[in-house]
Design a protein around this ligand. Structure first.
Ligand SMILES: Cc1cc2nc3c(=O)[nH]c(=O)nc-3n(C[C@H](O)[C@H](O)[C@H](O)COP(=O)(O)O)c2cc1C
Ligand code: SF4
Ligand code: SF4
Length: 408
């Protein structure tokens, strides 16, 4: 297969074709032209540029990040955003330099009126953006500020994630933006508040060509409890609520994509983002309802070049499974993920293989289990006391335990 053919697995957002579903999600790997050029060279279908604030970001710092490898979690609060001029210039340059990769403008406006949203749309349209991505998702410039403002009784028009929970705000901004541009619009909606599917439906009703789920989640990263005043970040004084991303958030992101797809049906385009760090993660996203796949954290950690490996393994996987297009993989889990009321649970019990057991005793510590006893030689399980939960299988370092199924 030629390189061009390898990377060609097209999906569409509105009338714009991406040569494959992989999008560099808005963030620090899409803020300079050299990054965008490299992403294009590495075969990415699209890139969404770093969030631009119209006219200027109201909070801006040099970035301070932590990649907590063990937790598979990326955290940050301090981050650098683009002002309107920088964003426009980046889009203009990217359109000149990138022949195939689709350029998406990701932006926000924070005043109470709607003029600034329209102004940004006009300016990015004029700069050559092929798709607009309205940022209704950033928890850092919204909740992470609201926390202190709530207590100090100051008020500031809502933005980012605070706005993205509210159907009326999302509807208004989209309708007003639609008035001034024909470009396809992605609404990047927050999962905060648990209403992402409802707000997404409103976004589609209001003219969005796609929704993107999810952005960062907001949380408090672990601190050193013996030195709790010390920031976990280097070169940063305070601990703060942090934007969480990376593999840790993937199960939550899958759920959000799944819920949106269930609610909006098969037609609209959903960009699934959040914790994708392998070809398999991307396929899971598609199976839960995603048409395209956003990747941010993994590009921060590993650059852009891994896409070729992903595409090769995706091709092999598709061949084995008999899938021809990206669409063939979409929604496959929609009917497979059952509600709790419809589970089938078979009777069964765990059994220890005394040949493999090293009598380490780990399994007898399991707090909810009274079925395991330990002799000098090995562990043993009483099938009458065993409830079949299978925790011991996951605890055992010697893989000495298996389940015996008693399916009727
Ligand atoms: C450091 C950092 C900066 C980000 N900046 C933006 C941004 O400017 N605009 C945006 O819409 N999302 C931004 N995001 C969110 C990502 O685009 C993405 O939605 C989120 O991180 C989840 O995907 P991931 O696990 O692949 O990183 C940022 C994420 C990180 C980690
Ligand atoms: S399956 Fe669950 S209940 Fe049975 S022995 Fe293992 S941990 Fe105990
Ligand atoms: S955890 Fe595994 S190896 Fe250790 S005692 Fe239990 S069965 Fe044996």
């Amino acid at each position: 297969m030629t390189k061009d053919a390898l990377f060609y697995l097209p999906v569409k957002i509105g009338n714009i074709e991406l040569k494959n579903p992989f999008i560099v999600a808005s963030g620090p790997t899409a803020k300079r032209i050299d990054q965008l050029e490299l992403a294009e060279k590495c075969g990415w279908g699209a890139a969404s540029i770093k969030q631009t604030f119209n006219p200027v970001p109201y909070i801006n710092y040099q970035p301070r990040y932590r990649w907590l490898k063990k937790e598979k979690l990326h955290v940050f609060t301090a981050e650098y955003r683009l002002n309107m001029e920088q964003g426009q210039r980046l889009v203009e340059e990217a359109r000149k330099k990138c022949q195939e990769m689709v350029i998406i403008a990701n932006y926000s406006y924070v005043q109470g009126d709607l003029e600034g949203w329209q102004d940004a749309a006009r300016r990015f349209d004029a700069a050559g953006a092929q798709i607009l991505e309205l940022n209704f998702c950033c928890p850092n410039m919204s909740f992470n500020v609201d926390i202190s403002e709530r207590s100090s009784k100051e008020s500031r028009p809502s933005s980012g994630a605070s706005m993205g929970q509210d159907e009326d705000s999302v509807r208004l901004v989209l309708e007003k933006t639609r008035e001034v541009t024909k470009l396809p619009i992605i609404a990047k909606i927050t999962p905060e508040g648990g209403r992402i599917a409802d707000v997404s439906r409103v976004a589609f009703e209001s003219g969005a060509a796609a929704v993107c789920s999810v952005a960062n989640r907001l949380g408090i990263p672990s601190i050193d409890i013996r030195n709790y005043k010390k920031s976990i970040y280097n070169l940063q004084g305070e601990n703060t609520m942090a934007c969480l991303s990376g593999p840790w958030i993937k199960p939550l992101a899958l759920r959000d994509v799944f819920e949106i797809r269930r609610l909006v049906g098969p037609g609209p385009h959903i960009n699934g983002t959040g914790g994708v760090a392998s070809m398999e993660d991307a396929v899971e996203m598609m199976m839960c309802g995603a048409d395209s796949i956003g990747v941010c954290t993994h590009t921060m950690i590993a650059g852009f070049g891994f896409l070729e490996k992903w595409m090769k393994s995706l091709r092999d996987y598709m061949k084995t499974m008999g899938f021809q297009t990206a669409r063939d993989m979409r929604d496959l889990l929609l009917t497979e993920i059952k509600p709790a009321s419809e589970l089938t649970v078979w009777a069964g019990y765990a059994q220890v293989d005394p040949e493999k057991c090293s009598a380490c005793g780990l399994c007898i510590e399991i707090g909810h289990c009274n079925a395991i006893v330990l002799t000098d030689a090995s562990a043993g399980i009483d099938p009458d006391l065993c409830q079949g939960c299978s925790t011991c299988i996951d605890i055992c370092p010697k893989k000495a335990i298996r389940m015996v199924e008693e399916r009727k």
